[in-house]
Each structure stands twice: as structure tokens, then as C-alpha cells.
Design a binder for this molecule. Structure first.
Ligand SMILES: Cc1cc2nc3c(=O)[nH]c(=O)nc-3n(C[C@H](O)[C@H](O)[C@H](O)COP(=O)(O)O)c2cc1C
Length: 212
């Protein structure tokens, strides 16, 4: 085992949950790691750098039951510019919903990519409740899973690990609705406003502000 290359495929990489998960991985990994954020302009450079690593860990979030589009673009670039020596590919995916099984389609996409391009798949961590877990008393669940992932990648004893908050769906939905409603209120946005399709593009309809 040499060094491990960690690539964060989150579109909000510098402020992402994936970055925090990658930091935990590095902290508990017995082998040296090098961390890279994916940006629009560094795809080719990362493909070139990859040749120097025995292992790569892709850390990314689930987006619309699949891979974030920037990460998909990177995989296309990697397909066109493969490194001379192909590293073992391990994966740490996190999703917002409680069930880690939400990640399975994205993991299948990664398996197809690896099969098609002759990469061996190493260890996988599928994390549910990934947006929230580090801010709750259940942080230990994520930390424990990442420790296991880090050791398994470092020792070449590959496995698939699955983890989430030990809550019922009902309680998770109640707690997350409470959290996001309070979060919106802090920025003057009501729950009904957040439930519109225009929430992200600034074309907000004339709906009541929080507390109206
Ligand atoms: C555009 C978008 C699509 C998402 N789609 C899903 C989804 O299909 N299923 C899910 O469980 N979480 C989904 N999420 C939640 C993210 O996976 C979750 O917030 C994750 O922690 C984000 O990680 P990051 O901070 O590393 O980007 C989505 C988030 C965004 C912004």
C-alpha cells in the first residue's frame, strides 16, 4: 500500500459534508492520504495525478438518486484519459435520506464504470442521513463506519459498510422537518415558500415569509 488519493466529488466541495467525511477518513487511515476537491478545471490534472497512487477514494453525495453531474463529467474525462497504472477504487457515498439503501443505484453506476474501464473496486461505505448525522449525538455511528472503511482500504481487506442514524423513519421525518423549517425561518423563508420549485433560482412566488 502506498498513498491514497481522495477525490471529493461534491459540487460544494469546500463546504461539503463529503469534505468532513474525507477529513475523518484521513484522520483514521493508517496510510498517508492526499485530498483533492473536484473543480470544473482540474479534471485532466487529477487524471494525470492518479497514476501515482495505488488507491483512490471517491467521496461524493447522492444527487437525484445518482451521481452529481460534475463528478459524472470527471468520470467521462477519466474514461478518455486513463492513468497508465489504474488504482483500486473505493467509495464513500452519503445521502440526505435516512436509508443508506438510497445510495444503491449510484453504487451500481460506479460498478458499471469500473467494470467497463478495468478498475478494481475496493471498499464501499454507504451512509444514510449524511446531511445531518455529524451534528447529532449519532455522530459516533458515522465515525465508527469511516474508521472501519479507512482500515479496510489501508489493509486491502475490502468490504462494504452501511450506516445511518438509528432512528425510525417517522422520527427522522419529524426531526428533519423541524430542522429545515427552523433553518428557513432564520433566513426569512417560510415552509410554504421552501416547498415551491422556484426555491433555488430566485424567482420566488409571492408567498408568505416565515411567521406571516
Ligand atoms: C440537488 C440535490 C439532490 C439531492 N438528491 C438526493 C437524493 O436523491 N437522495 C437523498 O437521499 N439525498 C439527496 N440529496 C441530499 C444530499 O445527498 C445530502 O445533503 C448530502 O449530505 C450532500 O453532501 P455534500 O455536502 O457532500 O454535497 C440531494 C441534495 C441536493 C442538493
Amino acid at each position: 500500500m502506498e498513498r491514497i488519493m481522495i477525490i471529493n466529488g461534491s459540487p460544494r466541495a469546500p463546504k461539503s459534508n463529503s469534505k468532513r467525511y474525507a477529513e475523518l477518513f484521513s484522520r483514521y487511515c493508517p496510510v498517508e492520504t492526499d485530498y483533492y476537491n473536484l473543480t470544473k478545471r482540474n479534471h485532466r490534472q487529477l487524471c494525470e495525478l492518479m497514476a501515482g497512487y495505488s488507491d483512490v477514494l471517491f467521496v461524493f453525495p447522492l444527487y437525484a438518486d445518482a451521481l452529481p453531474v460534475g463528478f459524472l463529467d470527471f468520470l467521462k474525462e477519466l474514461e478518455a484519459n486513463p492513468p497508465a497504472r489504474k488504482p483500486m477504487v473505493s467509495i464513500l457515498i452519503n445521502c440526505g435520506f435516512l436509508e443508506y439503501s438510497q445510495n444503491e443505484i449510484a453504487i451500481e453506476m460506479m460498478h458499471i464504470f469500473c467494470r467497463k474501464n478495468d478498475y478494481r473496486v475496493g471498499s464501499i461505505l454507504e451512509l444514510g442521513s449524511g446531511e445531518a448525522i455529524l451534528g447529532t449525538p449519532f455522530k459516533y455511528v458515522a465515525v465508527r463506519a469511516i474508521k472501519r472503511l479507512a482500515r479496510s482500504v489501508a489493509h486491502g481487506e475490502h468490504r462494504t459498510i452501511k450506516a445511518t442514524m438509528p432512528l425510525s423513519k417517522r422520527l427522522f421525518i419529524w426531526a428533519s422537518t423541524y430542522y429545515w423549517t427552523a433553518f428557513g425561518r432564520k433566513f426569512g423563508v417560510s415552509k410554504s415558500r421552501m416547498q415551491t420549485m422556484q426555491i433555488e433560482d430566485g424567482r420566488l412566488p409571492d408567498l408568505p415569509l416565515a411567521g406571516e
